[in-house]
Design a protein around this ligand. Structure first.
Ligand code: GLN
Length: 548
């Protein structure tokens, strides 16, 4: 029997950032879902940007896009991938978004002359954001609080969850604190003090964690469990170890399940403990661990290549495709700016790869390097997947080198003040209706859009034909004035918007596997169900490796 009301889990982090709170929250969501509970999940981010949409990947890593068009934190990618959930606008709130709503309301006169304050007005608005997860179809709502206990900017969020749990009662809301138990090599010891102190910070605010999840490199001994329980005021069995996993992040839920974290959560929330179904997940981890697989290598050519998080979902989707194709996949990360330096030997840089992927991006830095890598993929018949800007670059490359349109480019890189610095062939451009929109934020084609596939194309084969829905995040589009010329020269338009006006997918007729998509397929890939385009891209590379 499902609960009548939505129960809440609040996940906080302590000691340091980058503890993997998102992966822990996602793992808990997966386990609860596999116990038959209907779960929803969100992240509250304490920074002041309204959303991460305008932030540089250097600052924030990837911007994850939901089907309903929210530009969000990359932790939502973990939520969707682990628990196979659909996130939404309700899944990510920032300090900026909360304040924006409150300030707009204040300007509208909604506070009837009252002084508007952090407590209660901001905290009320945070509570409203948490409440958006409630519903008759939701048994358990998970709220991850970004940042670390002790940050000044986290305070209103912590105060809001304290109030929230006070209102719903301990049987309907739990606090889970993720902390670090560092190993001091010189002393040869694990240290519990930072965790005691971080729980101390929460206690000062009025939050006493119900469950302590301890990130560590070395196994916790009985003594550590005892100490942590005693000083942090947590039942000893509710001190859970989350040690670094050896092979893949997809091991984390299995490790947490072994310690029955999900059972304790369910019991504490007064729900029934149902059977846990994880066979397919265990099988997935086994397939990753299996050493007996053919090896292959794919190059990812991007301009944020040195940042682990900038192409997070791309790397994850490649991992899923490797699992589906049973290959050991190595990724060669190439900085596109390096590829445009004079005298670069492209054949050397790309030697031995069985696939080239060019991901999305903004601005013209590194563009020529991407175009050169794409030319190499086209001419040498290496499987290619171009995503968003990657597809746009493939169109530019084709226009210049196959159709002979010298100087073809995207209007994104035009200098409007100087006609001499504008391309004579804007093969990628802004559509007329977009030109009217001038503000930066919120002017993009965002979220899920339908696309009709053309029968017989590689795209249609990958998806199994028909009509698909994929997520977008871009301003520019293929210029329809050049479409006919492209098709005559051997480009295949394999997917369009249902009315045919927007080019969503392109291919090359005379190539083993060369596909571009204007959308971001990486957001919809799942560990158990590899995205069809990534799956077939890696399959084409695997076939090439076999023939070599
Ligand atoms: N900069 C390009 C555009 O806005 C591509 C964006 C992307 O790759 N996400 O159209």
């Amino acid at each position: 029997m499902s609960s009548k009301i939505t129960k809440h889990l609040f996940i906080t982090g302590g000691v340091v950032s980058s503890l993997g709170k998102g992966i822990t929250a996602a793992s808990i969501a997966l386990l609860l879902k596999r116990r038959g509970y209907r779960v929803r999940i969100q992240k509250l981010d304490p920074y002041v940007n309204v959303d991460p949409g305008t932030m540089s990947p250097f600052e924030h890593g990837e911007v994850y896009v939901t089907d309903d068009g929210a530009e969000t934190d990359l932790d939502l990618g973990h939520y969707e991938r682990f628990a196979d959930l659909q996130c939404s606008q309700a899944s990510n709130y920032t300090t900026g978004r909360i304040y924006k709503t409150v300030i707009e309301r204040e300007r509208h006169g909604d506070y009837l002359g009252k002084t508007v304050q952090v407590v209660p007005h901001i905290t009320d608005e945070i509570k409203r954001a948490i409440r958006t997860l409630d519903g008759p179809d939701v048994d358990i709502a998970i709220t991850e609080i970004g940042g670390t206990a002790g940050d000044i900017e986290s305070l209103p969020f912590l105060e809001a969850i304290r109030q929230y749990r006070q209102e719903i009662g301990p049987q309907n809301g739990l606090f889970i604190h993720l902390t670090l138990v560092p190993y001091l090599r010189a002393a040869g010891e694990l240290k519990t003090k930072p965790s005691q102190q971080s729980v101390g910070i929460l206690r000062e605010i009025g939050i006493i964690p119900d469950i302590l999840v301890c990130r560590c490199e070395e196994p916790l001994e009985k003594e550590h469990f005892r100490k942590l329980a005693l000083f942090c005021n947590v039942r000893p069995e509710l001190v859970i170890e989350e040690r670094d996993v050896a092979n893949t992040i997809y091991e984390v839920p299995l490790e947490l399940a072994k310690q029955e974290l999900d059972t304790y959560i369910i019991e504490l929330l007064n729900l029934h403990v149902r059977d846990l179904e994880l066979d397919d997940w265990q099988d997935l981890v086994q397939r990753v661990i299996d050493k007996n697989k053919p090896a292959m290598e794919i190059a990812v050519v991007g301009k944020y290549i040195q940042l682990k998080d900038a192409y997070k979902s791309i790397y994850e989707a490649l991992d899923h495709a490797a699992i589906a194709n049973h290959v050991k996949l190595k990724v060669r990360q190439l900085d596109s700016e390096d590829l445009e330096k004079p005298g670069v030997d492209m054949a050397k840089a790309l030697h031995g790869v069985q696939g080239i992927l060019v991901p999305g991006g903004f601005g013209n830095r590194g563009i020529e390097g991407k175009i050169a890598a794409i030319r190499y993929a086209r001419e040498n018949k290496i499987p290619f997947l171009g995503i968003c800007l990657g597809m746009q670059c493939a169109v530019i490359e084709f226009a210049r080198n196959v159709c002979g349109l010298a100087g073809a480019n995207s209007a994104e890189f035009d200098d409007e003040k100087d006609p001499a610095k504008c391309t004579p062939h804007p093969v990628i451009h802004l559509m007329e209706e977009q030109k009217k929109i001038i503000n930066l934020g919120g002017t993009m084609r965002l979220g899920g859009w339908p696309c009709d596939l053309v029968p017989g194309t590689k795209s249609a084969v990958a998806y199994g034909g028909g009509s698909i829905r994929e997520r977008h995040r871009h301003r520019y589009e293929v210029n329809n004035s050049y479409r006919e010329q492209f098709v005559e020269a051997g480009m295949v338009i394999s997917g369009t918007s249902p009315d045919g006006t927007l080019v969503e997918m392109t291919e090359l007729a005379d190539h083993p596997w060369f596909v571009g998509c204007q959308f971001h397929p990486e957001f919809k890939s799942r560990p158990l169900v590899s995205h069809p385009l990534f799956r077939d891209f890696v399959a084409a590379g695997k076939a090439m490796a076999k023939d070599a």
